[in-house]
Design a protein around this ligand. Structure first.
Ligand code: AMP
Length: 301
């Protein structure tokens, strides 16, 4: 069961109290794809310039990501994001965003992507999310992520997207900004009224909460001591979450709960190093072992 993802493929410059990375591989679709690839085939839709390193394309290809939908623009510059984190690693400060080739991107889904059952609209301009949404046939499950920039600058387009999806994933600040509600329970309810049946609110090192019609599931984050760079944690969560659902092939509540745990597990590995470095060595055995620890530290009788 394959997944289509549209989002950014980027070169990021990131600084945290624990080091920095310059022009390193990043982007919402990139983190998502790397994470989801542990569970399911992924088809990426994005654009880069010809400054984008071939070895980064190869890295994703080796992870089994289908790159047919990655357009490479001759003479174009890849999307660039520059961010900074202080000791509060839950809050990224954007220092610079250069959309570059995304400014004129008109996504065209390869024929082979169109009948995928799972669609993830990763963080990118909602107009691009909509364009991809219109090109897929009849996915079983559509999920969306966004960010403060699009909530404030392109609210109406984002509301149109939200009206067409099953699951919305937001961090706590975005959920408050979008809904105008300070209380996260009220915020989740307000976002559900915008369309999605399920709303997932990510709270960084404080874990995640999933709100459905009659269901509520909360999970703490994995107690990782070695956090170097939180960039990509949200997209990695989404990748693990969607990847597991695509593998399970059903939308039962039990599957969604397990998917939240797999998403949190993968995100906890992602933050252990800068950029996508941790994915270069991460194995399925490590993922399964950490998944098991969630059962132990969140169980009580
Ligand atoms: P997160 O999972 O929220 O930490 O996402 C981090 C990724 O989002 C980075 O690798 C950035 O390249 C990407 N990003 C940052 N700003 C934007 C934006 N405005 N549109 C699309 N992607 C972005």
């Amino acid at each position: 069961m394959s997944i289509v993802v549209v989002g950014s493929v980027a070169l990021d410059s990131v600084e945290t109290p624990f080091g920095k990375a310059e022009n390193a591989l990043g982007g919402s679709a990139t983190y998502f794809s790397a994470a989801a690839s542990y569970f399911s085939p992924v088809n990426i839709v994005a654009v880069v310039g010809d400054d984008f390193p071939q070895e980064d394309i190869e890295f994703l290809r080796e992870r089994g990501v289908n790159m047919e939908g990655l357009e490479v623009i001759k003479g174009g510059k890849t999307f660039h994001w520059k961010g900074y984190y202080g000791y509060n690693l839950n809050e990224a400060q954007t220092l610079d965003t250069q959309l570059n080739v995304f400014e004129t991107f008109n996504p065209q889904l390869p024929e082979s992507y169109r009948n995928s059952d799972y669609l993830f609209l990763a963080n990118i301009h909602p107009a691009l999310q909509l364009s991809v949404l219109e090109q897929v046939e009849s996915p079983k499950l559509i999920a969306v992520d966004s960010m403060n920039l699009w909530i404030s600058e392109t609210r109406n387009e984002l509301l149109t997207v939200l009206g067409k999806v099953d699951i919305a994933m937001l961090n706590d600040g975005e959920a408050r900004q979008l809904s105008g509600e300070a209380n996260l329970i009220k915020a989740a309810k307000a976002v559900r009224e915008m369309g999605p049946k399920v709303v997932i609110i990510k709270k960084g090192e404080h874990g995640v909460a999933m709100f459905g019609e009659d269901s509520y599931f909360v999970l703490p984050a994995s107690p990782v001591e070695e956090v170097k760079d939180p960039t990509g944690a949200g997209d990695s969560f989404a990748g693990g979450f969607m990847g597991y659902i695509a593998k399970a092939g059903n939308l039962e509540d039990r599957t969604l709960r397990r998917a939240v745990v797999y998403g949190s597990t993968i995100a906890s590995f992602c933050v252990e190093d800068f950029s996508l470095e941790r994915y270069r060595t991460l194995t399925m055995e490590e993922i399964e072992a950490r998944y098991e620890t969630f059962k132990e530290f969140s169980a009580f009788a």
